[in-house]
Design a protein around this ligand. Structure first.
Ligand SMILES: Nc1ncnc2c1ncn2[C@@H]1O[C@H](COP(=O)(O)OP(=O)(O)OP(=O)(O)O)[C@@H](O)[C@H]1O
Length: 242
């Protein structure tokens, strides 16, 4: 991955990205750009390689090709994974979890330092989870965990926010909170890259959309690219053969 400097929020450039795992081709010749300060959605059928692409961006996959992030002065990145492997029996509250994520040089059992406490309370309030800060993290519902995962990605405020199917475990209210946060960040210049399955929402919130199914099928303006015929073709049972 190459990193270059520019002023403003980062643009992200996927250039001829490929990935093979266990002898199988997962991604091949993926080329698209996420413009600085935009909301860009990655869509495609199950198993099409969306998470693998995001993990390549995060440096967690042995991809080929180049992924360039043209950062401004602030290199802060937030990431919300699709799900979190977590031992539910761990005696860790929501606040402990946030302390663990946000205070790398302080053990979680020591709790939050005073200056971090305000920050944590602010982000938990943003996702409507402040009243649950003393609950054991393991006792949270899937949607509540997803909200906390979103909260940790906002601390500190990111210039690049990457979300892997953030709405999957969320109810309508949770999804609305998440989308309004994404919108607000984007309005303030943050670049947001989201894997999303709800094409109605993609049309509503995204400035750009890229569809991948091993290869890149199309990329551009959602209003023009997301035609009914295309959506039917991509997500029909024959999609894997496309
Ligand atoms: N570590 C791995 N080793 C081998 N194959 C893998 C590995 N990780 C993912 N794959 C395979 O890569 C393909 C793409 O998976 P990926 O999770 O990227 O798809 P996706 O588009 O995010 O799917 P979904 O919409 O179901 O979340 C799948 O066939 C998956 O089985």
């Amino acid at each position: 991955m190459t990193v270059t400097h520019m002023t403003g929020g980062p643009s992200v450039h996927f250039e001829n990205v490929g990935l093979s795992l266990g002898g199988n081709t997962i991604l091949d010749g993926v080329n698209f750009t996420v413009a600085a300060g935009t909301i860009h959605c990655v869509i495609g059928p199950n198993g099409g390689g969306k998470t693998s692409l995001i993990r390549s961006l995060l440096g967690q996959m042995p991809h080929t090709g180049d992924i360039r992030i043209c950062w401004g002065n602030d290199w802060t990145m937030g990431y919300v994974p699709q799900a979190l492997e977590f031992d539910d029996s761990l005696p860790m509250t929501v606040a402990d979890f946030m302390a663990m994520i946000g205070q790398r040089h302080r053990p979680a059992f020591m709790g939050l330092k005073r200056d971090s406490r305000t920050l944590v309370e602010n982000v938990l309030a943003r996702v409507d989870m402040l009243d649950k800060r003393d609950r054991p993290f393991g006792s949270l519902s899937g949607g509540e965990r997803q909200r906390v995962l979103l909260a940790q990605a906002l601390m500190p405020s990111p210039k690049l926010l990457v979300l892997d199917e953030p709405a999957s475990g969320l109810d309508k209210a949770g999804a609305a909170v998440m989308h309004s946060i994404v919108q607000e960040l984007s309005d303030n210049g943050t670049t947001v890259l989201i894997i999303h399955h709800d094409l109605g929402i993609v049309r509503e919130i995204a400035h750009g959309v890229t569809c991948i199914n091993q290869h890149m099928l199309f990329s551009g303006d959602p209003q023009q690219e997301l035609t009914s015929e295309r959506i039917f073709t991509i997500f029909s049972s024959s999609a894997k053969a496309a």
